[in-house]
Design a protein around this ligand. Structure first.
Ligand SMILES: [Zn+2]
Length: 330
């Protein structure tokens, strides 16, 4: 919190990096000693996924600045994104899963920036130049690195206990980082931006990309709501079974069609395990993926669910259906 709260940031890169690390820690199991090796490529992918939505024009303001000056990672992402969307690849994950050359070139070009800036400076208390490598040993990271340097270093290793700590505090950290991120965007753009609209814009799910899933998922579910099995009218919503606000995963394995009543009531609640199991057990997920060019992300959804239940205190409420909860027993 001290690293993030103090000083003025030149960009939002550190915040994107923290969000990426939190997601990765929720979705992955640490080594027996409690450490976790995280490839720089993986961090870069996650950062791209966060900015993917944010490079759209915001209301009448147009694209929002995320750095104080110069060409930014979001600028490069915006260019690649236009090409990829034209080819029907609507999300960063879809472009990644398709191994599209433009996407791969984008990640190759950004990973050096990720190494040189956020990974080098993440653990520096701003304005002090004091670096305390308590999250990972950053001695191999410098402000000037060649591509060969980045290839040689290749990953960070989160210290024993750090992955577990980030996982356990993920809900709070995410809310904290989101609010700092929105504040930084307001400061960097020196504009009168509505903070509430901005939060939804920066961090909300991509409703446009998800629209493509309505018909295929309706068919898959025999036109019935995934949660209450009521026949759906035209109020079909695409719901993230593992809530988007806890772990953002736009994979077909994590997406179901639900009526508005269930969707609104579930909101960001953690569902009972049975719903996750049912979502993962659905047949023909690959067909939906092929029809919509959205990836399935089966393993990510399954491991994110495990991470989510693992970080939830016993006695928390799990959502079963409208106004109906059961206690989490661990
Ligand atoms: Zn329903």
């Amino acid at each position: 919190m001290q690293l993030l709260e103090t000083g003025r940031r030149e960009s939002t890169y550190k915040l994107a990096t923290v969000m990426a690390l939190v997601d990765i820690c929720v979705e992955n199991t640490p080594a027996p000693d409690g450490s976790l090796a995280v490839p720089i490529d993986e961090i870069t992918h996650r950062i791209v996924a966060y900015y993917w939505q944010q490079v759209r024009p915001f209301q009448q303001h147009g694209p929002l600045a995320q750095v104080k000056r110069g060409r930014s990672m979001p600028d490069r992402i915006a260019e690649a994104r236009n090409d990829l969307i034209r080819e029907g690849l609507r999300t960063a994950e879809a472009a990644r899963a398709a191994s599209h050359p433009s996407y791969q070139a984008l990640v190759r070009s950004l990973r050096k920036t990720v190494a040189q800036y956020p990974l080098t400076h993440l653990q520096t208390v701003l304005d002090t130049r004091i670096r305390d490598d308590f999250l990972f040993d950053a001695s191999a990271f410098r402000k000037k690195m060649t591509v060969a340097d980045v290839n040689r270093v290749a990953m960070i290793v989160l210290r024993p206990g750090v992955p577990e700590g980030l996982r356990r505090t993920s809900t709070l950290l995410r809310a904290f980082v989101r609010s700092l991120w929105a504040q930084d965007v307001i400061a960097l753009n020196r504009a009168e931006l509505d903070a509430e609209d901005l939060d939804g814009f920066l961090f909300g799910a991509d409703r446009v990309a998800l629209r493509a899933l309505v018909d295929p998922l309706r068919d898959l579910q025999g036109d019935r709501c995934f949660y209450c099995a009521t026949r759906m009218r035209d109020d079909v919503q695409i719901d993230h079974v593992v809530p988007w606000s806890l772990v953002p995963i736009d994979g077909v394995a994590n997406l179901v069609a639900a009526d508005t009543r269930c969707n609104l009531d579930k909101s960001a609640s953690v569902p009972v395990r049975m719903h996750i199991r049912r979502a993962l057990d659905r047949a023909h997920l690959d067909d939906v993926a092929a029809a919509t060019k959205m990836p399935v992300l089966f393993r990510r959804t399954a491991s994110a669910a495990e991470g989510m239940y693992g970080s939830l205190p016993v006695g928390s409420l799990l959502w079963r259906q409208v106004q109906d909860y059961e206690l989490h027993t661990g």
